[in-house]
Design a protein around this ligand. Structure first.
Ligand code: ADE
Length: 397
């Protein structure tokens, strides 16, 4: 792959000589060329910027040096015969992502134009598209402002370059990475198995590849739910009056509202059974919050309002059982099908290796027992955790 970078600070790009990208350049897999924009100015001060028309703060990069720099890049030897895809880093661009890195890694030639100051005169983009026939993409590293495009180019060339065949020796290591399949990476450990009083999770030493794969998948789900819930697909149901209901992973910010909902459902159960021995009734903010670390909690929202929740986790004995608990729906949506929707979601998110799905339910809650029976659950041998409840189980399909 050919990469040209134009910048007023060519030295900023020196790290591209190092590490895997530097090695790929040595091996001829990446042909990276860095150009100084000031080489295309014609005044004594090598001026690249001027004041903005219409007023406003800061300076704007002049069009002429950019046009000449692009002509120079296009006129260089070009074995692929293609034109470069021009990438202009800027906070106003489309977000850079693994998917975009993959698309750009397929291009034979990328040219990066590093803006500084307030940015580049808009006519440069039009000229590149209309007169030079280049595909032009403005790409942002994230929702923050850097002083210029150079740092963004370093990040993008590294992310794109490592996807070029041959750059990473072990192509398999590219497969299980964060963002490749929409989930974050699982935690990793190396020797020694016990360090500073901290042990590597036992499952990783078990030699049981199925259990290891299941544990890793679960860790990926839990991490993604805790750190990047936006990556988890929302599933859609329909609430009252056809208002759509979104099911998403709970985060810390949801804890106060969630605690209130769980208390309300627990109070209903306490009234129905005449007993205050309902665990959710005694869960405060701390317990609800720490449960986010050890389980996945899913929330249903209708037009922003929290209308339901469900909690899931692998049984603490690390067996093949998926525990579903705290299934709770606001009273106005009783009978709307939302409880079944949440139950289906809880079942669908069970990782590979889970064979049994379980629920614990008040033995007097005949409506709930009937609904779970309809969903395929039957009384299980597993002892209940408290009096007055039964454990229901269903084999996973
Ligand atoms: N230049 C300035 N801010 C930027 C950002 N967030 N991403 C890419 N290039 C930039």
């Amino acid at each position: 792959m050919r990469v040209d970078v134009v910048s007023i600070f060519p030295d900023y790009l020196a790290p591209l000589d190092l590490s895997l990208i530097g090695k790929a350049r040595e091996d001829g897999l990446l042909d990276v060329r860095v150009h100084d924009l000031r080489d295309f100015t014609h005044d004594r001060h090598r001026t690249v910027d001027d004041t903005p028309y219409g007023g406003g703060a800061g300076m704007v990069m002049k069009p002429q040096p950019w046009a000449e720099a692009l002509d120079h890049v296009l006129a260089l030897d070009n074995p692929s015969g293609a034109k470069p895809h021009l990438v202009v880093p800027g906070p106003g661009g489309q977000p850079f992502s693994q998917a975009l890195a993959r698309r750009l890694a397929l291009e034979p030639w990328l040219a990066f134009a590093c803006g500084r100051y307030e940015g580049i005169d808009e006519r440069v983009y039009e000229h590149a598209r209309d007169d030079l026939g280049l595909e032009v993409s403005v790409v942002s590293l994230g929702d923050y402002v850097l002083n210029g495009g150079e740092v963004a180019v370093l990040a993008m060339v590294e992310a794109i370059g490592r996807l070029v065949p041959g750059v990473i020796g072990n192509a398999e290591s590219l497969v299980e990475e964060s963002h490749e399949d929409g989930l974050l990476e699982y935690p990793i450990y190396t020797k020694p198995s016990s360090w500073n009083g901290r042990d590597v999770p036992a499952v990783l030493l078990s030699g049981n590849h199925g259990a290891i794969a299941a544990w890793r998948h679960e860790q990926r789900l839990a991490r993604t739910a805790a750190r990047r819930p936006d990556l988890l697909h929302a599933s859609h149901a329909t609430g009252p009056d056809g208002v759509p209901v979104d099911i998403t992973a709970a985060t810390r910010g949801d804890v106060p509202e969630l605690a209130v909902l769980l208390r309300a459902c627990a109070a209903e159960e306490a009234v129905a059974t005449g007993s205050l021995d309902v665990p959710a009734l005694h869960e405060g903010l701390d317990e609800v919050s720490s449960a986010l670390e050890t389980s996945q909690t899913w929330l249903a929202r209708s037009a922003g309002r929290l209308v339901g929740a469900v909690r899931t986790r692998r049984s603490p004995d690390a067996g093949d059982r998926w525990e579903i608990s705290r299934l709770c729906v606001t009273p106005d949506l009783d009978g709307s099908g939302l409880d079944r929707q949440l139950l289906d979601h809880a079942e669908d998110t069970a990782p590979d290796g889970i064979r049994t799905l379980t629920l614990e339910v008040g033995a007097h809650r005949t409506d709930a027992l009937k609904a779970y029976r309809k969903a395929g659950y039957r009384p299980a041998d597993t002892p209940a955790s408290r009096p007055g409840t039964v454990v229901l189980a269903k084999r996973r399909r």
